[in-house]
Design a protein around this ligand. Sequence first.
Ligand SMILES: [Cu+2]
Length: 210
Amino acid sequence: MLLAGCSGELSALDPAGPRAANLATLWWIMLGGAALLFALVMVLFGIAYLRPGCLSRITPMQWIVGGGLVLPIPILVLLTGAALVLGEQLLPKGDAPLRIEGQARQWAWSFGYPGGAGPDDGTLHMPTGEPVDIAVTSEDVIHSFWVPRLGGKIDAIPGHVNVIRLEADEPGIYWGQCAEYCGQGHDGMQFRVEAHAPEDFAALMAGAAQ
Ligand SMILES: [Cu+2]
């Protein structure tokens, strides 16, 4: 019920590819760790409230060591470890088969394909089932490139190129949103992503299909 609003076009909890799935998994692990710590603190609070005698023999130093170190550190180590492992798998390592240029400006995105192929329609076209690198930059201010169902986000910085790797499992329409406040048109700075089966993508790049 609480999570009913978490599906949909711009939901990072409704992943449509392996990279976004990593991020969703990490989100759930973080939620679990936070809930566990909260529950442990509430148990202590409950004991202190209902059975004050039980805790009266604990010295202040024991509270500091137990509550400040022993209680949170194992959970924080687990969360940090999960973040490092899952996050590291997102990095663009090795050569992705395809590199698409993504350029941001107030308040729209444009995309360019190898050899100047492909349509110039403000839509990010990509093939399914393989990682795709997006080389992101900006013409004016700092924006942020984010397709929540396909991967993480990365800053679009003037005079600098950042690369992010995305992957889509299934053909379909996905949506991206600028994730960095960049002026009055920021909230409308969305873009459409179309993932095509590899042969359809090849045909589109060759200009044989739309
Ligand atoms: Cu923007």
